[in-house]
Ligand binder design. Structure first.
Ligand code: HEM
Length: 212
């Protein structure tokens, strides 16, 4: 975190000295009612963008590859019909959500599922569970690359829903299409890849494959 902070501090100083039209340049110049972002706020936003935008997409691609290799019928279907890629990405986001959970703090007492969440309490929404809700999705434990049901919560929801969703969808579609086209005989090289231990990101630490 210290070296990340030093890196962003230098970049922010550069953008202050030489205004630029890139994302950081625009954040440095942003000014609402006479208030600009402080260095602390800029650094927090930079760290958020970097981490939220990197680990998530990387693991979506890993989880999607693993799901396909474990479901050879769906892999063959996607290879035969590359135009299903957009739908397949929605299904990957539902089937094996990269973000395991997110927290919300109740501003007031909230009635939920027959109980009360008291004002000030923090609750955790477990997104992968919501994405396998049998009241919402038919046959939720089955991977179906042609289904592409966008009611999943892979990107969260409400005012804080993922700001990078469009970019993530594009990156995953391009990566999966290129991966399948480049390696027509890819198969898993281990039966149980090691899971990432933690409660925010779901994925594997590495995904060894044979590419034929
Ligand atoms: C597959 C890739 C991604 C997944 C699964 C994902 C998922 C999520 C989730 C679940 C949230 C929390 C939403 C909520 O609280 O309701 C979130 C927030 C956020 N994401 Fe993503 N994300 C991805 C890619 C990206 C990318 C590429 C970027 C930026 C380049 C990004 C930037 C952010 C930011 C800045 C927030 C915080 C938004 C806020 O608090 O208002 N994400 N993301």
């Amino acid at each position: 975190m210290r070296s990340l902070e030093a890196y962003f501090r230098e970049l922010i100083a550069q953008r202050r000295a030489e205004p630029a039209e890139d994302l950081l340049g625009l954040m440095v110049q942003a000014n609402e009612d006479g208030t600009a972002l402080s260095d602390q706020e800029l650094m927090a936003s930079c760290a958020l963008f970097l981490i939220a935008g990197h680990e998530t997409t990387t693991n979506l691609i890993g989880n999607a590859t693993l799901a396909l290799l474990r479901n050879p019928g769906e892999l063959a279907r996607l290879r035969a019909q590359p135009d299903l890629a957009g739908s397949a990405v929605e299904e990957f986001l539902r089937y094996d959500a990269t973000v395991a959970g997110l927290t919300r703090t109740a501003k007031e007492d909230v009635q939920l599922s027959g109980g009360t969440v008291p004002a000030g309490a923090t609750v955790m929404a477990v997104l992968p569970a919501a994405n396998r809700d049998p009241d919402v999705f038919t046959d939720p434990d089955r991977l179906d690359v042609g289904c592409g049901d966008m009611r999943h919560l892979g990107f969260g929801g409400g005012p804080h829903a993922c700001i990078g969703a469009a970019l993530a969808r594009l990156e995953a579609r391009i990566a999966m299409t290129a991966l399948l086209a480049t390696y027509p005989r890819m198969e898993l090289a281990v039966s149980e890849p090691n899971p990432i231990i933690g409660w925010i990101i779901r994925g594997v630490t590495s995904l060894p494959v044979n590419v034929g």
